[in-house]
Design a protein around this ligand. Structure first.
Ligand SMILES: Cc1cc2nc3c(=O)[nH]c(=O)nc-3n(C[C@H](O)[C@H](O)[C@H](O)COP(=O)(O)OP(=O)(O)OC[C@H]3O[C@@H](n4cnc5c(N)ncnc54)[C@H](O)[C@@H]3O)c2cc1C
Length: 407
């Protein structure tokens, strides 16, 4: 593993830093109205594409920059350093839908979809999970039958992030109910405006409605939208999940280091302890200082693990099971960091009201907004040990594929 940067990489970092500083959106993204967030993210993505900064590690033939994974990582570091807005509604297309098409799609699928994803013209969502099939993904029941040149899909998906604003979905369906469960599955690109699709948003405890239930009532999807072959969807899905658990969360991992820095700043200005000791700030408390130092050390460890994994992926072309190790460490660390934020803020967090965030334009003095942001992020952090495979499933993968433990 090489942990120093080459002169070319340092030069790349400088150009990335200068461009991001000069071009990042100055307005904050619209938070609680998804169609507006979608337009904001697409416009930002288009700006990056026009300047040659989209799809850093995607091949040039698919409108990417053709740079290395290490340069992709450097880009994310500079993005985090500049606190540039992450186009989260484009996550699926950019981080695993697109890469899956690069790995397994037909030439026609690549030519049609990949430039649209990179240019900021389409939003994708992921239709994998069902009410009875999350960790046991291969148990999925949404079915599809072939009728002429179409697959006719019926069933239900759940937890589909951004389904209500997406044009396309990476959809897993059962096409052979008699085959062993991993064998009869197909990965298909489903247009979200197809007749027979009903989308019902779900509200989370953090008060937003980013994910949905999706119902399919005899939805006709062209057979040309099958990625890989019919009944070959498990292989394609494993490629999707290897990106999702491998490189997809790189930018979030990098951002966590910035979050810890912000937390130190918060501890510096937040009074701590009982009324008699209110003159004291949280950072003056030995235990809080120790936990902050621990968090700093752990984000550094995360950084090293990420570099190691990126070096390895660059050599092999595909993320390995090591991605599960990093994903697990990152998601639990993220939860510890936000739990620490709650301890620093103390009883003040109890005054936080979800509706404050949901009502457009709600604000207040700076400290109030800062507190709301930390509470909001804390509530969101519960999802990080569930999404993209729960922490228990990541542990199973580590035990099985890295440690070689018996099942
Ligand atoms: C924020 C967020 C966004 C999401 N976005 C999407 C999306 O866009 N598209 C999509 O398809 N899905 C999405 N998901 C769903 C996610 O993939 C599933 O929630 C996840 O795979 C877990 O499945 P489940 O919820 O059905 O839980 P279950 O599988 O029912 O698990 C329940 C509990 O049992 C444990 N468990 C289950 N099996 C085992 C086992 N074999 N060994 C040990 N423990 C086990 C789990 O760890 C968990 O604690 C999202 C989830 C979240 C939280």
């Amino acid at each position: 593993m090489e942990i120093t940067f080459s002169p070319a990489e340092e030069e790349f970092r400088k150009r990335a830093r200068d461009w991001i500083e000069a071009n990042k959106p100055s307005d904050p993204p619209p938070e609680n109205y998804l169609p507006a967030r979608r337009e904001f993210d697409l416009a930002w993505q288009r700006r990056m594409f026009d300047a040659g900064w989209a799809g850093i590690s995607w091949p040039k033939e698919f409108a990417g920059r053709g740079a290395s994974l290490m340069e992709q990582l450097i880009w994310y570091e500079e993005f985090a350093r500049a606190k540039a807005h992450e186009p989260a509604t484009l996550f699926v297309g950019l981080n695993h839908g697109g890469p899956t098409l690069i790995a397994c799609g037909s030439e026609a699928q690549k030519a049609f979809h990949l430039p649209k994803i990179l240019r900021g013209e389409t939003v994708w969502c992921q239709g994998f999970s069902e009410p009875g099939a999350g960790s046991d993904l291969a148990g999925l029941q949404a079915r599809a039958v072939i009728d002429g040149d179409a697959l006719v899909v019926s069933g239900q998906k759940i937890w589909t992030s951004f389904a209500q604003i997406a044009e396309y979905q990476e959809l897993l369906v059962r096409t052979d109910p008699d085959a062993p469960k991993h064998k009869g599955i197909t990965w298909v690109i489903c247009p979200m405006n197809a007749k027979g699709i009903e989308i019902r948003p779900i509200r989370t405890m953090a008060g937003h409605q980013d994910f949905c239930e999706v119902f399919y009532d005899e939805v006709r999807v062209p057979r040309a939208n099958i990625v890989g072959n019919i009944n070959d969807g498990w292989r394609v899905a494993m490629s999707t999940l290897s990106f999702e658990r491998g490189t997809a969360f790189l930018s979030e991992q990098v951002r966590l280091a910035r979050v810890v820095d912000e937390l130190v700043d918060l501890a510096r200005v937040t009074p701590y302890g009982d009324a008699a000791a209110r003159a004291k700030m949280a950072l003056d408390d030995d235990e809080i200082a120790r936990r902050l130092a621990q968090a700093r050390a752990e984000v550094e460890a995360l950084r090293s693990m990420t570099y190691r994994s990126v070096s390895r992926t660059a050599r092999t072309g595909m993320p390995s099971a090591e991605g599960s190790l990093i994903r697990l460490f990152f998601s639990e660390l993220q939860q510890r960091v936000y739990a620490l934020a709650m301890d620093i803020l103390g009883a003040a967090i109890l005054e936080w009201d979800i509706e404050d965030r949901v009502v457009e334009g709600a604000g207040g003095p700076r400290h109030q907004r800062m507190r709301e942001t930390w509470v909001f992020r804390y509530l969101l952090s519960f999802a990080s040990t569930i999404a993209a495979g729960s922490k228990d499933i990541q542990r199973n993968i580590i035990g099985d594929r890295i440690l070689g433990l018996p099942r």
